[in-house]
Each structure stands twice: as C-alpha cells, then as structure tokens.
Ligand binder design. Sequence first.
Ligand code: TXA
Ligand code: MG
Length: 323
Amino acid sequence: MPRSGAERSRALPASPETIAQAGRLLAAGGLVAFPTETVYGLGADATNSDAIARLYQVKGRPARNPLIVHVADIAEARRIGAFDARAERLTAKFWPGPLTLVLERAPTCRVVPAASAGLSTIALRLPAHDVARAVIAAANTPVAAPSANRSGRVSPTDAAAVVAEFGDALDLVIDGGPSPVGIESTVLSLVGTPRLLRPGFVTVEAIEECIGKIEIGAEAGPLLAPGGLASHYAPELPLRLNARETRPGEAFIAFGMIAPVDAAATLSAKGDLIEAAATLYATLRSVDRKPYRAIAVAPVPETGIGVAINDRLRRAAAPRSQE
Ligand code: TXA
Ligand code: MG
C-alpha cells in the first residue's frame, strides 16, 4: 500500500472519506487504528493471514495471545461464533458495547486460526462506537483489533497516543476523539461454565443479573492471555499503589479525597469511578516522564468499574520480568 511518509505519520479525522479509505486499506490487508468506546484498536482483516501476521509483528505481540474479532453487526458475529442461549441474552442486553464474548468457533467461521492463536474458540465484540462500526462495515470483513499499543504498554485512549506508540508503522490512524469508557472491554468466556477472563466496564453483577452465577478469573492452563500476564498495561516508570502521600521523585495521581497538595494529576477530583476509568490511561501517560522517577496512585475503591481499574493498576505495577 504505497502511501507517503507524511500521510502515514499522522492521524486523520473521522469523516465519510477517511472511513471509506480505512475500509479499503483493511480489505487490502493494511493495518488501520481506529477509535472504539473502550480504547483505540489496531485493526487488520481477521480473514487474511498475512495481515494478521503483520499485526502481531508490529504490535510485538506473542503469537500465543489471541485477538478479539470485531464485527459491525450481530449477524456477522453469529457466522463466526457458536451462539447459545446465554450469548443471545448477553448480546441482547450489552451489545453494541464493551463486552467481549469467547465462544466456540462456528462451522461458518472464516477467521484465520492465527487470529485466535490457534485456539478452537474465538473472542467477539460489537463495539458501541459509531466510527468503529463504520470502519468495520466499510472493510466488509471481521476486523481483529487488539488495543493499539505495543505489547505490554499502556492502551491508547486517543489518536495522538496511537501515533506516539507506532510512528509511521501503520497505514492509517483514524481520529475519533477520546475513547469515552477508557479501559478495555470485559472479556467473558461462554465455553463451558461462564468465566470472567478480564474485568471491564460491564461488571460481574450486571452479567450475573443476566445469566446467573459466573466464575471469576482465568483458569490455570496453557492459555496465557495478555490480560493474564502479570505485567501488562505498564508505563515506563515504576508504579506504587494505594499511596496516600507523595515520596521524593514521585508523580502522585489523586482520586477523590486522597489528593495531596503536591499531586501531579487526578483520576477524578469528585471520586467518580466512571470518570476515573475514562482518564486512567491518559493520566498514566501524562506523568510517565522526567523529571518524575516513579508514579504513585491513590487507593481506588474495589466496587463497580473500580474492579477493572484496580485490575489494570495491579498489572501496571507488577514486576516487568515476564514481558
Ligand atoms: O476493549 C477492547 O477489548 C479493546 C478494543 C480495541 O476493542 N481490545 C483489546 O484487545 O483490549 P486486546 O488484544 O488488547 O485484548 C484481548 C483480550 C486478551 O485478554 C485475550 O487474551 C482475550 O481477549 N482473548 C482473545 N481471544 C481469546 C480466546 N479465544 N480465549 C480467551 N481469551 C481470549
Ligand atoms: Mg491490550
């Protein structure tokens, strides 16, 4: 896909023209970053093994870590994954939206095995962002899209962060403004007993209200998903959690009442968890630099979307050796 360096190194605002261009590039095997309601995704045609190989390579993602396949409508999802009654109930309630379902592949599934790391299962998501859906519809193919960051790093919630992450390595970055939810989708496996693989905006309580009791946490086994690696979503600087005061060299990230006068930033001055999720990654990125030598974050309550915020913070603070 010959494109000039100048064109490739910046984001273009979402418009009917750039969305059509994104669709053409994806259909031709290109890599296109686009906004979703959770975080920006780095998309490739899920039915094209060359495009998927390039996606893994550019992202630096281990081949054993499966991708989420994004669709523009539920009919396409049903061709890819084996929907059961639970999937029907959940998608009726939460789609389009930040809930990813892991299902057995349907016999009609055209997604290449490499996109799901050779597993018999597949992760599916119908995003609630108009630009995301328009891009996928324009591509006229299911789109595999991990978060548009290099493996192990903080997910981007705006187009500038994607450009900072990848420079001109992508064919196109579509700018649709900041991602409103701010952290990645909830991942729920419906293979056998329902099991939460990654907490997110759609809470366990909301899921259980819809389909009854679910198990929590990835099963021990060969599948080490990115969300299952101890260190993930990590800034460059070391991170200290549940902090209440600023130590020398630290950038303090406040939340609600835990806000020292010398705090560098706040997730939410009024202690609002939804606002904190929306600002989390941009805040981490903004203080991940000199003159700071470390980042400290105030305690965040373990309720509602706070569960997902704390999950990401714990991974960001985990020892980096596993990356
Ligand atoms: O909000 C999101 O989900 C974003 C936006 C771009 O849609 N995408 C995202 O993708 O976070 P990624 O690749 O960064 O995370 C995919 C998650 C991982 O935890 C992965 O292990 C899990 O989905 N996953 C994918 N396929 C799976 C499968 N077949 N079985 C179990 N887990 C799977
Ligand atoms: Mg990711």
